[in-house]
Design a protein around this ligand. Structure first.
Ligand code: HEC
Ligand code: HEC
Length: 442
């Protein structure tokens, strides 16, 4: 039953972690759930990292350019570039907020936690693998050192040195390069793998080869998409959306809870997940700044910076797809033929104004968008996340996806809309700081 284990383990860790505010809840180690199970890591990261179960359309931790591509210039060098370009606000820094940070200093707290998610995902371990401090494993004990944590610090320095010496400081070698969901990377080539069937490649990893595959220009693919949605003119006629539906994630035991989604052109969006009567996840982007608020977490309101902020912007933009051609830049095509969920897709890559690399996957037949994948920079590598769209329905002459699934290194959430209203007035207070829980606003 491996399929079941993942959510269960993840959920358990998440609950532990979610309740862990104030450090009074024990974090149990979810060891032994096997490799390949991102599991527990996961939800803990979600909650602390806020990697966005609440994210709307686009959904996830956002990214910064170029995970695997050698060929890409301008690759982000690390999470140092913190401040949101838009706001200029001073973010909360890792070594100010946490107690025992020796390597990952001077990066914003959201990126520090994103980095923790990245290493936990790379090794497929739970947070407590390295943080089972003092036998009690409380969150405040995460500051305490353990042998594995020390080892991980050493590995961070090793990776940094490898990249600086050989790759101009780019994230070419990361924890994932060696670990691949294992704590003990193999050193001997496997004859079984060498002679076995070729494993399917994750479509998110597919890159343009040195000799690009002949394919339609990005413009053509995007025009087909806009046409399939109802045409630029009709799309431009929609300037706001207010939707209701259900959300299900590990943080709700996979149970469905109510969600509200609001979007207003240009580029504002808010998603409110009512996890329970007393607990909400709120993700909001007001056109400049973004936050993720989650009740009962160590960081109840997390301002977004860098790639995460970029992702919130992308989410908001994706509600108004007519603008996408202008919003993303550095378009690339020429990817090998690829399938997503068994559908043949055309892949187009773009870059957000903040430098986040985004891949768009369009159904080769219908032209509709089936996936957006993005790559959020952390201090050690790029965290991938994806939103899969489905159930396109007619609404005021255009097509709108009523269902989307957000998947990222730490979890998976389903959004299912029951009602979407176009062009209803939405109070400005629904976006940005004003929608955050008052007491918790930093
Ligand atoms: C592979 C080992 C490893 C895993 C797994 C791991 N961490 Fe860490 N964690 C570290 C190391 C190493 C540091 C110290 C970093 C430094 O010194 O710059 C750290 C520091 C932290 C801190 C700062 C504590 C303080 O007050 O100083 C927090 C919070 C944290 N980790 C959260 C997490 C979360 C949440 C997860 C799960 C998503 C996680 N960690 C998974 C190795 C790990
Ligand atoms: C160049 C390959 C390579 C890279 C890159 C790498 N590791 Fe490792 N790592 C290893 C090897 C090999 C071992 C096993 C070492 C041993 O047995 O002593 C290991 C062991 C570990 C362990 C101990 C695991 C255990 O259960 O004993 C931790 C923790 C760890 N690595 C964390 C990291 C982190 C975090 C990163 C990214 C910052 C990273 N590693 C990047 C090769 C690598």
């Amino acid at each position: 039953m491996p399929a079941l284990q993942k959510p269960l383990a993840a959920k358990a860790a998440q609950q532990d972690f979610a309740r862990g505010e104030g450090g009074n809840v024990k974090l149990t180690t979810k060891r032994g759930i096997g490799r390949g199970i991102l599991s527990a890591v996961g939800m803990a990261a979600v909650f602390l990292v806020g990697a966005a179960p609440a994210r709307s359309q686009g959904g996830a931790p956002a990214g910064q350019a170029v995970p695997n591509a050698k060929a890409q210039p301008g690759q982000a060098q690390g999470a140092g570039q913190a401040t949101s370009a838009a706001s200029g606000a001073k973010p909360l820094m890792s070594d100010q907020f946490f107690k025992n940070v020796q390597v990952l200093k001077g990066i914003p707290v959201d990126q520090f936690l994103g980095t923790m998610g990245f290493i936990a995902a790379s090794l497929s371990v739970n947070c407590t693998e390295c943080h089972a401090a003092g036998g009690r494993g409380m969150i405040r004990d995460y500051a305490a050192d353990t042998p594995k944590k020390q080892k991980a610090r050493q590995m961070m320095l090793m990776v940094k040195a490898i990249n600086q010496t050989n790759f101009g400081g780019a994230h070419r070698v990361t924890c994932w390069t060696c670990h691949r969901s294992d704590t003990q990377p193999p050193e001997t080539p496997s004859l079984m793998v060498q002679n076995g069937a070729v494993a399917e490649r994750d479509p998110n990893d597919i890159e343009v080869p040195d000799e690009p595959i002949p394919s339609p220009a990005a413009d053509q693919i995007l025009d087909k998409y806009i046409q399939a949605l109802g045409g630029a003119e009709r799309l431009a006629g929609i300037t706001s959306l207010a939707a209701k539906g259900t959300y299900a994630g590990f943080d709700t035991d996979l149970g469905k809870v109510p969600v509200e989604v609001y979007a207003k052109s240009p580029a504002q969006s808010t998603t409110i997940v009512h996890r329970s009567e007393k607990a909400e996840n709120i993700t909001t982007y007001d056109g400049r700044n973004g936050w993720i608020a989650m009740t009962n977490t160590i960081l109840p309101v997390k301002p977004l910076t860098g790639g995460e902020l970029d992702g919130a912007q992308l989410d908001a933009e994706m509600f108004f797809p007519a603008g996408i051609k202008k919003y993303l830049r550095d378009w690339r095509t020429g990817f090998p033929p690829t399938t997503v969920n068994d559908q043949l897709v055309q892949v187009v890559q773009g870059t957000t104004p903040g430098g986040t690399r985004v891949k768009l996957f369009f159904d080769a037949k219908s032209g509709l968008l089936v996936r957006v994948a993005r790559f959020a920079d952390t201090a050690l590598g790029f965290n991938p996340s994806q939103v899969d769209y489905s159930d396109y329905r007619d609404l005021a002459g255009v097509k709108v996806p009523f269902h989307w699934t957000l998947t990222w290194t730490d979890g998976r959430s389903e959004f299912e809309m029951s009602e979407v209203q176009p062009n209803v007035p939405i109070d400005a207070a629904k976006f940005g700081e004003s929608v955050l829980p008052k007491a918790a606003t930093p």
